[in-house]
Design a protein around this ligand. Structure first.
Ligand SMILES: Cc1cc2nc3c(=O)[nH]c(=O)nc-3n(C[C@H](O)[C@H](O)[C@H](O)COP(=O)(O)O)c2cc1C
Length: 209
């Protein structure tokens, strides 16, 4: 069932699933079936990548089936993230392979491509009624050491995955944030046309394009 809490409202209509994707801090205790977990991570494969390299890797820990990995990921997080992330049944770390496989040259786009893959995975999760919450607040060194990551692989972000829960379950301070209106920059602040930084909307408001 789709998560319809705190839908995003923008100036132009977008895909319904994009309005539903959000980064919750409250998760339900409902476990994530193995086939659903596979479906979510399979979606990452559909992302575009430079040279088709697919530089993304994911270390996954589930509370039910891989509690040791789950705890390694949880304890790599800052305390402020652990507080709420521990309610999610699945934790993961996205990792970038930093060199191209075909010539071993540095892949300047590796982090970009990992971000795209994780964004895609998050949208698939939302479509299935789950939600992802990505975090930069974690220790790269702790992940590297805990999992014995080889050279040439860089932890990018950690994230929670699970079915969203009741915002009322959150501690004070986080509860309000969960349902606060979701605000985005207007298009005119990031879509420029013709010259920097002329808002494209100045043209689109007036003419057919
Ligand atoms: C790379 C990245 C790092 C983030 N780091 C954190 C974090 O450490 N802790 C946290 O609570 N949220 C974190 N967030 C979540 C953002 O705050 C959230 O995506 C943003 O406020 C927009 O909200 P929405 O995803 O619900 O639309 C991060 C998101 C991204 C993409």
């Amino acid at each position: 069932m789709a998560d319809t809490t705190n839908l995003l409202v923008l100036e132009s209509p977008i895909l319904p699933v994009l309005t539903q994707r959000r980064s919750p801090r409250a998760y339900s205790s409902q476990p994530v079936p193995a086939d659903v977990l596979k479906q979510v991570f399979a979606a990452a494969s559909s992302a575009a990548s430079c040279f088709g390299e697919q530089p993304w890797r994911y270390l996954v820990g589930t509370r039910a089936t891989s509690p040791e990995a789950y705890n390694k990921i949880l304890t790599s997080m800052g305390e402020f993230n652990q507080v709420w992330a521990k309610s999610a049944p699945v934790l993961a770390v996205s990792i970038a392979k930093l060199h191209f496989s075909h010539d071993d040259n540095p892949n300047r786009h590796a982090l970009h491509d990992v971000g795209q893959a994780t964004a895609t995975l998050a949208i698939q999760a939302a479509e299935l009624g789950l939600q992802v919450h990505q975090m930069a607040g974690f220790s790269i060194d702790k992940v590297r050491t805990a999992f014995g990551l080889p050279a040439g692989y860089e932890p990018v972000a950690v994230f929670t995955l699970g079915y969203p829960g009741d915002p009322a379950s959150l501690p004070d301070g986080l509860r309000d944030k969960e349902i606060a209106p979701r605000v985005r920059k207007p298009l005119a602040e990031f879509m420029f046309e013709g010259e920097w930084p002329t808002p494209a909307t100045e043209r689109y408001d007036q003419a057919t394009v």
